[in-house]
Design a protein around this ligand. Structure first.
Ligand SMILES: N[C@@H](CCC(=O)N[C@@H](CS)C(=O)NCC(=O)O)C(=O)O
Length: 338
């Protein structure tokens, strides 16, 4: 009997020490007074700085939302620009607390890199951009083409699969940096440029004559993009996950940046839980009761962030498509806040 209880005590102690030792990220972030967020080196609509170094974008908003939830201040974020190749090392080493950089969730990344994907913030797929002068209407006409791509991306492998699958020849010209790849394409070193379709639209804006380039109709892969964290801190994983889910749920519940104060006074049971006037869901996450209000005041709901950064309110003018809410014809769906 004594032995059993000793074993139980030791097991409980082990569990306790694991959770207390690992749940450090929130504390680290609070002590630093700043969230460290890994982003791209400049991808309009997703994460790009203006000439004053002020970052905006859909991926940027995820980090601003996390900072708002923790500090009630979306400006408390240090943005760390990372190439596709360096992004995972920065997360593994602890240089950043979260990576929010148009990163595709795949099985190999989820299992071999010591990371956890917190959800999907944008459902994307890979495509091709070609000069109109090339007179190509379909990716299936690309036999023998040279293709510019960025190294360290899912796009490298997908393009190989696609050409092999369709019995077509191709030549890959890979670059460590997106701007180099796009410049090489623009200068004629490659016939086409390939990346996630959203990024084709974003990169096209940087070209001297955007309208001389077309995005071909084929989408050759699934690229679910979302934020990710390091293994080993489940509380932090939950915070990042539920911050994204809060933005998506807010859209579903009709909570907007404009009406958030009004909505917080609602008597509806669902809204009372979301705003913490009933229960303490925010505190269960390690945050405050008003965590959702803080997030929506800072960034707006998911749909507002989408439209402002990549949708109709932006230069990219990307259609919501798959990223519409599940009850509006899309697949964007967040588990409920209850
Ligand atoms: N979603 C893909 C591609 C991500 C990626 O890095 N794409 C390049 C292609 S344009 C990019 O965004 N570069 C922007 C940058 O390096 O700042 C992945 O996770 O591997």
């Amino acid at each position: 009997m004594k032995r059993v209880s000793l074993v139980v005590t030791l097991a409980a102690a082990a569990v306790f020490s694991v959770s207390s030792a690992d749940a450090q990220t929130l504390k680290t972030v609070k002590d630093r007074g700043m969230l460290s967020c890994g982003v791209s080196q400049g991808l309009p609509g997703f994460s790009s700085p203006d000439d004053k170094g002020n970052w905006t974008g859909l991926d940027v908003d995820v980090c601003r939302a996390i900072a708002a939830a923790i500090f009630d201040d979306p400006s408390k974020v240090k943005f760390v620009p990372l190439s596709a190749k360096d992004r995972f090392t920065a997360l593994q080493s602890g240089e950043i607390d979260v990576l929010s950089r148009n990163t595709t969730w795949t099985l190999s990344r989820d299992t071999s890199l010591g990371v956890n994907f917190a959800g999907v913030s944008y459902y994307d797929g890979q495509g091709f951009m070609a000069k109109k002068a090339l007179k190509v209407n379909s990716a299936l006409e690309l036999n023998g083409a040279s293709i510019c791509v960025q190294t360290g991306t899912t796009n490298e492998q997908n393009v190989a699969d696609y050409f092999k699958g369709n019995n077509m020849k191709y030549e890959v010209i890979a670059f460590a940096n997106a701007d180099e790849a796009v410049k090489a394409y623009e200068s004629g070193r490659c016939d086409v440029f390939t990346s996630d379709v959203s990024q084709l639209y974003a990169q096209r804006l940087k070209l001297a004559a955007p309208m001389e380039h077309v995005v071909l109709p084929e989408v050759i892969s699934k690229e679910p993009l979302g934020p990710l964290v390091r293994h080993g801190d489940d509380q932090w994983f939950d915070i990042v996950k539920w911050t994204l889910f809060a933005m998506i749920n807010a859209e579903e519940l009709g909570i907007t940046q404009k009406n958030v104060d009004e909505s917080a006074k609602s008597d509806k049971p669902e809204l009372k839980r979301v705003f913490g006037t009933d229960g303490n869901l925010g505190e269960q996450l390690g945050l405050t009761k008003d965590w959702v209000a803080r997030i929506i005041k800072a960034t707006g709901n998911y749909g507002e962030s989408f439209e402002r950064n990549v949708g109709t309110g932006s230069k990219l003018e990307i259609a919501r498509g798959l990223n519409k809410l599940w009850n509006k014809g899309g697949i964007m769906y967040a588990p409920p806040i209850r």
